[in-house]
Unconditional design. Sequence first.
Length: 280
Amino acid sequence: MSTAETDLPEDEVDASRAPLLDHLIELRQRLVKCVVALLVAFSVCFYFSEHIFAFLVVPLKEAFGDGGGRLVYTKLYEAFFVQVKVAIFAAFCVSFPIIANQMWAFVAPGLYRQEKRALLPFILATPLLFTAGAALAYYIVMPTAFHFFLQFQGESGGLEVEALPSTDAYLSLVMQFILAFGISFLLPVLLMLLNRAGIVSRTQLIGLRRYMIVGAFIVAAVLTPPDVVSQLMLAIPLVLLYELSILAIWFTDRKAAKDKPVEAQADAAAAAPAQSEPAE
């Protein structure tokens, strides 16, 4: 026990510990709700795992064309664990709104009204931007990349070359595409939060533009398969999102500059009656 606590009466020390215990109990309850939601979603998604995997395999099926292509598995347990991975991945996506709601309900009571107004748009924009990135990966990037990969089928050195992707490798590739594009599309949320916290300014972001372009291509090279098509399809949206973030920060700074005089007048009007009251 610290010296400050030994100087306090025992009842005051117990009272200071009570709020912490209440917060820990509330945190445990909300974590339990998140786990229950994840388990329920996993049970449902595992039941429909074949249908979900059939949806994920559509880009590859279209790339192969009518009557072509197949998926194989080289380990006896691979097909089963593919269904488990599909269920886990889908369960997290389905239960994310509940998990985010529990996190917000735990954090929100400790925030001021202005802080809630500032954070709420970012919380609402996060799933929308992630979904937009995942949709871009599924409907545009993956079909284009798979068409590019399958062009290498044919005859090479007198031998027939045929693409026989395994189910586990294909699922890992699909998850890599979806997560890479979904998380990368959260760049505006991250930059605007850093701006609201006063860590970076619009001027600094403009000055870092050239480094951001290089960084976008490095991130694309790390997160996507080693082909130029996939890397360009991630790097170019990252650069555009960076420019969009700078524009959005310009709008928010302009709005904040307009609201400051109004807030100052309101504070002055609220303080005036208090100063006019005679001292007792």
